[in-house]
Write a protein that binds this ligand. Sequence first.
Ligand code: ZN
Length: 350
Amino acid sequence: MKLFFSPDQLRHRPQQYFRFGKVGVPVENPERMETLAEALGALGLDRRPPEDHGLDPILAVHDADYVRFLETIWGLWQTLPDAGPEILPNIHPYRGAGHDLIRRDRPRNTGPIGLTGYHVGDMSCAMGEGTWAAAYASAQSAISGARAILAGERNAFALCRPPGHHCYRDRANGFCFLNNAAIAAELLRTRFDRVAILDFDTHHGDGTQAIFYARGDVMVASCHTDPTDYYPFFAGFADERGAGEGEGANLNLPLAQGADDSAYLDAVKGLTRAVSDFGAEALVISAGWDAHRSDPLSRLAVSSDAFPRIGELLARLGLPSLIVQEGGYSLAAIAEAAPSFTTAFLGAHR
Ligand SMILES: [Zn+2]
C-alpha cells in the first residue's frame, strides 16, 4: 500500500490553541505526523511524497475566494500595526444581522481582520507563515492517494496533516484548512458513480457533511461523540439526513460520552451497512484515532483493541479504499491505533 505524505506538511506549526477560556499549547502539532509516519513506515508501506497536482482538484471543492485567502493572508496580516505572531479571528459574522453583508456568499472585506473573521470559524486554527504550504501539501497527499485509486490501486493511505474534515468550502475550523477527504472523494467521482466517506473520528466531520449535504452521489456516514456538549457542537445530530438530492445520503450515529469499544464498533457496523446499501463503488475513510480513551480530547472509553476491529470491518466492504488521516492527539495512542488498524485492514481487504 502506498503511503503519501510530504515534509512540507510539517511547516504548519501553531503556537496557540484557545480552549476553555484560555490560550494553551496546540495538540495538533507536527510531532503527530512524525509519529504516524514512523509507526506506519514500520509496516513496510511504500512511503512516497505526493506529486503536485495543482489547485484544480482543491478548487473543485473549495471557493476560489477562500483559497486565495489562505494563500495571501500571512502577507496581509503583516500590514497590521503591531501584528501578533499568528493569524487568529477576533470577530465573526452573525447570521442574525439581517443585512446583505452577511447573506452574501462571499465577504466584502478586504482587510485582514474582516477576512479572517469571515473565513476562520474558531480559535483552533492559528495560522503562521508555513500554514498554507502545509495545508496545500496535505491536500496533495489526499489527491495523490485518490489518483492512485483511480489508476487501479485497491487501497492507499494519505497521511494528511493538517487534517480536513471540519473544513467547509469557504471556512477553516477545528485544526482544518482544506477538506482533504472531500477533495479526494470529488476526484474519485470522476471514475466512480457513487462514493462514500466513512468517518470514525471522535468528532463529527461537519465540514465534510456540509460540502455533500445536498448531493446524492457522495454519501457521508459518521459516528462520533454526541455534539450536544462536544465539538463541533452545531452539527452531527442524528436527524441530519441530507437535503434535496442528498436526502438519505447523510448518516450520523452520535455516541454518548463514555461509550466503550462495543458501542463504538456497533456504530461502525451501522455505517458499513449504510455504505453497502448506498451502493458505494469507492470508499474514503476519514480515519481519526481520537476516540481512544487516552486521547487528550476524548470523552469516550474506547481502547486500542477497537481499531484493528474497525480496520477489518471497513476492509470487508471490499471497495477500493483511500484512508485519509484526520485526528488523534495522544502520540502513544496513535502510534498503536494507526498501524494496528492498517495491518488489520490490509489483512482483510480483497
Ligand atoms: Zn477529531
